[in-house]
Design a protein around this ligand. Structure first.
Ligand code: ATP
Ligand code: MG
Length: 418
């Protein structure tokens, strides 16, 4: 028996209607905010992610699914959405069109991680990116969009915000941070000891309890922001408040990817256990330039749909599978041929209709109709065909109705409950 790779999921028909609902909600909400869909490749040159995500990150250090293709080029399965979208913006000169450029995407991402609840090796992300605007209003708009999606899905989340400053204020902060951690090196976890030289900020969001405790006493980046960064962050916060969106400022939020700067944020759910960040994002001015494009500010977020599904599951919210409007049972070859044509003509008119295509007994057909939740059934035999009439039977209680097989309009009205 060949089984699915570790950390991947089969999304079965009982859950795909809920997935579609979530995906549609994301797309519809993004459209209302003016974000248009972009689709980019599932794999890219490894170099793109090394540069675009950053050498110092967990993603590049240990989580990338990379492989050599048959020409010996190093390729990587998409670990996140932003780098590929940024590449597409540069390669297609999208910045030459209307600015700001607002893009959204729904993709699967691949990371070699330890699988657990809310953390898989292939996971689904809805993301947006806004290029070409550095105004705090743009920050607020992107955050409000994510909040609006949670509202539409009726999922309770907390918004936590921080600013990690620009390279100038962050350099000063990093000095202070490293000086602080230098006195605590021996208690930090092994990963964080490595992070100290590569990416000391990341120690702040380590999940290990000891590192968390050490991090809580660390200097706060907000005390180191330059005037511009502080003014921008304050303006973003004010706009969110003006729009009635609640948030807390959490100086511990730093985000995992190298290219972030300025505002960073996370939406957190308290209902799904340890992997509780359902959406993370922030500003990444400088990314496009570092990938060989023009100096173009950007901000975006990635929303983990796999974790959103856990939120919906926790409150037992699911979208039911569609059920047939009508099951047409038949007895004998003539009736079976007729029922096949009738099913086809009703489907052409938009109804969900099932007829027997395996030659089952009547009893087995009715059992099947019940199993797939058909709302109505009719049984066709020689008599029905001769009289061009049949009885429409509601499957979940109600009276039978006589129908005229030569009048599909009347039948359709009945099925639609008109
Ligand atoms: P985490 O701290 O949970 O590892 P991250 O900082 O690596 O998250 P991002 O790269 O910002 O996450 O990805 C954005 C969102 O994608 C996360 O907030 C989360 O909801 C989701 N996500 C990230 N990695 C996984 C994964 N392995 N499985 C499922 N969802 C994930
Ligand atoms: Mg991660």
């Amino acid at each position: 028996m060949i089984q699915k790779p570790r950390g991947t999921m089969d999304l079965l028909p009982e859950v795909t209607p809920t997935w579609r609902f979530v995906e549609q909600t994301c797309r519809d909400t993004a459209r209302r905010f003016g974000f248009e869909e972009i689709r980019v490749p599932t794999f890219e040159a490894s170099e793109l992610y090394r540069r675009g995500v950053g050498e110092g990150t967990d993603v590049v250090q240990k989580e990338m699914y990379d492989f050599f293709d048959k020409d010996g080029r190093s390729m990587t399965l998409r670990p996140e959405g932003t780098a590929g979208v940024a590449r597409a913006v540069i390669e297609n000169s999208l910045y030459a069109g209307a600015m700001p450029l607002k893009l959204s995407y729904l993709v699967s991402c691949f990371r070699y991680e330890l699988p657990q609840a809310g953390r898989s090796r292939e996971f689904y992300q809805f993301g947006v990116e806004c290029f070409g605007a550095s105004d705090p209003k743009c920050d607020a708009e992107v955050i409000l969009l994510a909040a609006e999606i949670f509202k539409a899905l009726d999922i309770k989340v907390r918004l936590e915000l921080n600013s990690i400053g620009c390279p100038e204020c962050r350099a000063k902060y990093l000095e202070a941070l490293k000086a602080y951690f230098a006195t605590k090196t021996d208690v930090l976890c092994e990963t964080c000891q490595g992070r100290l030289s590569r990416n000391a900020l990341r120690v702040l969001d380590c999940k290990s309890p000891i590192c968390k405790e050490v991090a809580a006493g660390a200097p706060k980046i907000l005390d180191f922001l330059c005037e511009d960064c502080k003014a921008s962050f304050d303006a973003t916060c004010k706009t969110l408040s003006d729009c009635g969106l609640e948030y807390t400022v959490n100086p511990q939020i730093v985000r995992g990817l190298d290219y972030y700067r300025g505002v960073v944020f996370e939406f957190i759910s308290d209902d799904i256990g340890a992997q509780s960040t359902v959406c993370g994002g922030g500003r990444y001015d400088g990314l496009i330039e570092s990938l060989g494009g023009p100096a173009l500010p950007g901000i975006g977020f990635g929303m983990g749909l796999t974790r959103i599904m856990l939120c919906l599951k926790a409150k037992q919210q699911q979208v039911e599978r569609a059920t047939p409007d009508l099951y047409i049972a038949s007895i004998g070859d003539g009736a079976r041929d007729f029922s096949f044509l009738l099913a086809q003509s009703l489907r052409e008119r938009g109804l969900y209709v099932v007829s027997d295509i395996v030659g089952r007994s009547l009893k087995a057909q009715m059992k099947y109709a019940d199993k797939c939740g058909a709302k109505f059934a009719i049984v066709l035999g020689d008599d029905e065909l001769a009289n061009k009439a049949a009885r429409l039977r509601p499957m979940r209680g109600g009276d039978e109705v006589e129908i005229d097989l030569t009048d599909p309009d009347a039948l359709i009205s009945l099925l639609k409950g008109e």
